[in-house]
Design a protein around this ligand. Structure first.
Ligand code: BTN
Length: 327
């Protein structure tokens, strides 16, 4: 109902009388007044005039309603799309933890959980993900893919490519990927992906793909120890961005790559990911567990494993690790 009211406002871009609204929506004027109050609470600036009715002055920078209007079945022409169910929270411990619980209770493939703030954001390798309010994107997608656990990395690859593409399409910023799935701009970290899952030996029961992107955070939002290595879209472009627009473009791109994966297999996706990797051809140090390896990041194979050329001349395939660029 809220999105219908917003649509009416946007179609007219002038005052809409309470009577016209109530006729169009089939609800009383008192009910409309309640909805207007709800929209105002969500950050919509709506002028009210006893003679002329209501007029929408400003939409909020981040809102579930705006997202639902952009990410709709009409955009994808199918029932099963990523973003079909959208849970929008003001604050949560971690969108991944919340989404894992929802998935356990049966939430469908494509459900998205978004929060404005996380109190216990999780990063890769047991790290904390700094998650200040009103600035960044914290989002998790519930996926029920028909792939085996050994292909689960494809979900993370798909999210990384979709994020790079979505950020570019919404803001113009060029984002590269540091193997395996860090989003970087000139080697500074802009975002990351954490995939968690529940699986049987031969089947993923469900996976939660968690995406964190620094969009409008200023560096003082970050603890001193990561200020030199982190960045945000706003810092790179010198201008705040609409998180709604960024999320909408990422979801569009995820849906597109999800279809490509289903129809054409993993090759086009891996190729696109490879094209965006900033790691290849560079000297790197990789921590694999407690082992530290230095070498040239030569290539990635068809499964997404990193091929590291060691000083001895031997090649080593690495499935997951923490990479530092040395030059
Ligand atoms: C990384 O360490 O690079 C991965 C960071 C992933 C952060 C996101 S924010 C949304 C989702 N919820 C979490 O707790 N973590 C992921």
């Amino acid at each position: 109902m809220l999105t219908e009211i917003i649509k009416i406002f946007k179609e007219k871009s002038d005052y809409v009388s309470g009577e016209e609204m109530s006729k169009k929506l089939g609800i009383t004027r008192a009910a409309i007044w309640k909805k207007v109050k709800e929209l105002r609470r969500k950050g919509y600036v709506i002028k009210g005039s006893s003679a002329k009715g209501y007029r929408l002055i400003k939409t909020p920078e981040f809102s579930a309603e705006e997202l639902r209007m952009i990410i709709s079945p009409e955009s994808f022409n199918k029932g099963e799309f990523i973003g079909r169910e959208l849970v929008f929270l003001e604050s949560v411990d971690s969108t991944n933890t919340f989404a894992m619980e929802l998935a356990e209770k049966g939430s469908p493939h494509g459900t998205i959980v978004i929060a404005d703030k996380q109190t216990k954001g999780k990063g890769r390798l047991g790290r904390t993900w700094v998650s200040p309010p009103k600035s960044n994107i914290y989002m998790s997608a519930i996926m029920r893919p028909e792939i085996g656990p050994k292909d689960a990395t494809l979900l993370t690859v798909m999210a990384a490519v979709a994020c790079a593409e979505g950020i570019k399409n919404s803001s113009g910023l060029d984002v590269r990927i540091k193997w395996p799935n860090d989003l970087v701009v000139y080697d500074k970290k802009l975002g990351g992906i954490l995939t968690e899952m529940k699986s049987d030996p031969d089947r993923i029961l469900f996976a939660v793909v968690g995406i964190g992107i620094n969009v409008n955070a200023g560096l003082r939002n970050f603890p001193p120890d990561i200020r030199d290595t982190a960045t945000s879209v706003k810092k790179e472009l010198g201008k705040a961005q609409s998180r709604t627009a960024v999320v909408a473009e990422i979801l569009k791109s995820m849906n597109r790559w999800h279809d490509i994966l289903a129809k054409e297999g993993k090759r086009p996706l891996i190729e696109e990911w490879k094209r965006r990797l900033t790691t290849l051809g560079r000297k790197v140090r990789v921590f694999v567990g407690s082992e530290s390896l230095t070498g040239i990041a030569e290539d990635v194979d068809g499964e997404g494993l990193l091929i590291l050329r060691l000083p001895s001349g031997a090649a080593r395939k690495i499935s997951s690790g923490d990479v530092t660029m040395l030059r």
